[in-house]
Ligand binder design. Structure first.
Ligand code: 5GP
Length: 219
């Protein structure tokens, strides 16, 4: 059998093992814009939609940014084992539903997570071979503060809570595979695209390779 495929069924286009791209940063460093753009630009990359007990911000829609839940609904999901991981962040609960992640991986699609360090660590520990961790840093702390105030989505009190928590978040940068300093969106986005592309080329994510190489050797 030859492993050289016809034009319609290149194995590298069809048989792939998905990855979990775990993105963390202090709030306001640009992680959400970067991740949404990467998802928009890649058909086989989906965003994991978390459940949360926090209230929607202006402009946020149910099922797009988050599945917004009451505390009682969230507790029921925990009890039913529906979360891959969950955590308390900023006095609210956030959790990653398990079923859509497993469905995507099984279909050979990648899943991007906009997630704090606790969630990233917990998922990476459960699925080490599938996880790629990326941390986004702001170019300066004053820049981060400026961005949080400029987006005008939160009260000063919440912004201060986010900034304070961000200091703790950046302490975990050493646990990540890649660090992007978001000096400007285009540069940071190019870095993210290179990381994603390179990770897709890892042998373990391309189970078609052994047969393909054997075919090359036998030609
Ligand atoms: P925000 O309220 O600004 O949308 O998110 C607050 C923090 O919660 C961010 O650091 C975000 O990455 C994190 N987060 C969002 N979804 C999840 C999740 O499913 N699990 C965990 N552990 N953290 C999450």
């Amino acid at each position: 059998m030859t492993a050289v495929p016809d034009d319609h069924a290149k194995p590298w286009e069809t048989v792939r093992r998905g990855m979990l791209l775990l993105m963390s940063s202090p709030s306001g460093a640009g992680k959400t814009s970067l991740s949404r753009r990467l998802v928009a630009d890649h058909l086989d990359l989906t965003l994991s939609i978390s459940a949360t007990t926090r209230a929607p911000r202006p402009g946020e829609e149910e099922g797009r940014e988050y599945d917004f839940k009451t505390r009682a609904e969230f507790d029921a999901m925990i009890a039913a084992g529906e979360f891959l991981e969950w955590a308390e962040v900023h006095n609210q609960y956030y959790g990653t539903p398990r079923a859509p992640v497993e469905a995507a991986l099984n279909a050979g699609r990648d899943v991007l997570f906009d997630i704090d360090w606790q969630g990233a660590k917990s998922i990476a520990e459960k699925m080490p071979n599938d996880s790629v961790r990326v941390f986004v840093l702001p170019p300066s702390w004053s820049d981060l503060s400026r961005r949080l105030h400029a987006r005008a989505q939160d009260t000063d009190e919440i912004i201060n809570l986010r900034l304070e928590r961000g200091k703790g978040e950046i302490g975990h940068w050493g646990e990540y595979d890649y660090i992007i300093v978001n000096k400007n969106f285009d540069g940071a986005y190019a870095d993210l695209g290179h990381i994603y592309r390179a990770e897709r080329l890892k042998p373990g994510r391309n189970p078609w390779l052994p047969e393909f190489v054997q075919g090359l050797a036998e030609e």
